[in-house]
Design a protein around this ligand. Structure first.
Ligand code: 4AD
Ligand code: MG
Length: 426
């Protein structure tokens, strides 16, 4: 029976059959050292000159798929504390010479992304990503949410028209969704608390370290929630993920040089500033920003680089936010009931959320004000005609949060096949 690398510590002194890929190989005249990789980890397998399989092992190439038989031996010096003394080595498929060598260029690694996925960085990251998704789902289940599956192809924008990817839909124009929010609002009218984890698309020409054209968007919509409850909920969710990773995956965090203790400090309430207060703070720090301007990357950095935990900024000017956010007044100026959560250390915005306009006449006048075509939103307007209720929701960029929690300097390091303005292959 096959043993996985992660199970060998329970097999000390016993013979095991391992299956996987050759991660590293090195040999001398008398010894062959094979580091074998499977989904659970890596282990060194050592073949002596007189053992069967020595010749085969000596002649293998990196990334060959193999079957190794051997005896498990405790060895303090070995990376995982164990080594396998090889007794047999069989190629399942002998690899061609692997194209990724010692010092590959960034662009080459993107061209061979399908192979680079096997690297230790990507293996660790994708496991961290899985752990994060599991924690999010656990959190929503514990709060009585339903996970729903909204459509990806749609006919109307959510976050403004400029970043829509259009496609020919049997002669009609359709778009790849920017956000599932409007559909979640429909699901909300029967299930009350709903969420989805789905791709969102942004045809943004921004070439920054935190923009993808296709990213995974965790969105939630809650009946009856007011803005302050929405904020509280978002902060609890982020804290749940941070605590869970720190508690259960400290080694993965440390691999990426993130101290788990830092994530343990992520507890609600976060530092909260109204937009107006944030502008004042920026001005005190010497920024020339004036009230009404949106925050750019530089502003976000100024507000968060010295923070270890996120900062929640609420109630932005109406003029810089989308049509669906309800108005309020602050010192005679028009604001909307919303919030953005900025990750600490300058990682930038990870969540955007708000209350939603739930009254029919208010929604109609906002669509008109923003010069939007009410016909395209007919079904969405309908939701305000039949049992409308106050509600709120938000969207979290999964890769943005991973960037922060796993201390990655570029968003493309957090997803298997990143899509950017210059890359749709492989
Ligand atoms: O702030 P955004 O645009 O908000 C919405 O789409 C709302 N409709 C969500 C809702 O209320 N249901 O996007 C939400 C989050 C951002 O905070 C950011 O984390 C992420 O989505 N995001 C991106 N992530 C990667 N690449 C991009 N180009 C992103 N654009 C937004
Ligand atoms: Mg936003």
């Amino acid at each position: 029976m096959r043993t996985k690398v992660g199970e060998i510590k329970e097999k000390e002194g016993k013979e095991v059959l391992l299956r996987g890929w050759v991660y590293r190989e090195r040999s001398t005249k008398k010894m062959a050292f094979i580091v074998l990789r499977d989904a659970t980890g890596t282990v060194q397998c050592t073949f002596k000159k007189d053992s069967p399989g020595f010749e085969e092992a000596k002649n293998t190439l990196v990334e060959s798929s193999v079957e190794i038989t051997g005896i498990v031996k405790k060895d303090e010096r070995a990376p995982g504390g164990y080594e396998v003394m090889g007794k047999d080595f069989k190629h399942i498929h002998k690899s061609e010479k692997f194209p990724i060598t010692e010092k590959p260029s960034e662009s080459f690694l993107m061209d061979v992304r399908h192979l680079w996925l096997r690297s230790e960085d990507m293996r660790k990251m994708l496991k961290g990503r899985q752990a994060t998704i599991d924690l999010l789902r656990d959190f929503f289940s514990s709060k009585d949410f339903y996970e729903v599956q909204p459509p990806i192809t749609t006919q109307a924008g959510v976050e403004g028209g400029s970043t829509l990817f259009s496609l020919d839909y049997f002669g009609d124009t359709a778009y790849l969704t920017q956000s599932s929010q409007l559909y979640l609002e429909a699901f909300m009218t029967l299930l009350e608390r709903v969420y989805c984890l789905a791709p969102s698309f942004r045809a943004e020409k921004s070439r920054t370290s935190k923009h993808l054209t296709e990213y995974w968007h965790l969105e939630a919509e809650m009946a009856w929630f007011k803005s302050n409850e929405n904020i509280q909920f978002q902060e609890e969710m982020i804290s749940h993920v941070a605590q869970g990773l720190a508690e259960n995956h400290p080694d993965t965090l440390r691999y990426f040089k993130r101290d788990p203790e830092t994530l343990k400090k992520v507890k609600p309430p976060f530092k909260r500033l109204s937009y107006t207060e944030a502008v004042e703070e920026l001005q005190e720090k010497g920024s020339s920003i004036s009230w009404g301007e949106d925050f750019g990357t530089g502003h976000e950095k100024q507000l968060t680089s010295d923070q270890e935990v996120p900062v929640t900024i609420y109630n932005y000017p109406k003029s810089i936010k989308p049509f669906y956010m309800p108005k309020d007044q602050e010192d005679g100026r028009e604001i909307v009931l919303c919030d953005d959560i900025l990750a600490p250390e300058g990682y930038g915005e990870i969540i955007g959320g708000s209350e939603r306009i739930w009254k029919l006449d208010e929604l109609l006048s906002r669509l008109e004000e923003d010069k939007m075509d009410p016909d395209a939103y007919e079904w969405y307007i309908d939701l305000r005609k039949y049992g409308s209720v106050p509600h709120s929701g938000f969207g979290l960029g999964l890769e943005r949060m991973l960037m922060w929690m796993f201390k990655r300097s570029h968003i493309k390091e957090t997803i298997g096949f990143p899509r950017t303005i210059t890359r749709v292959y492989p």
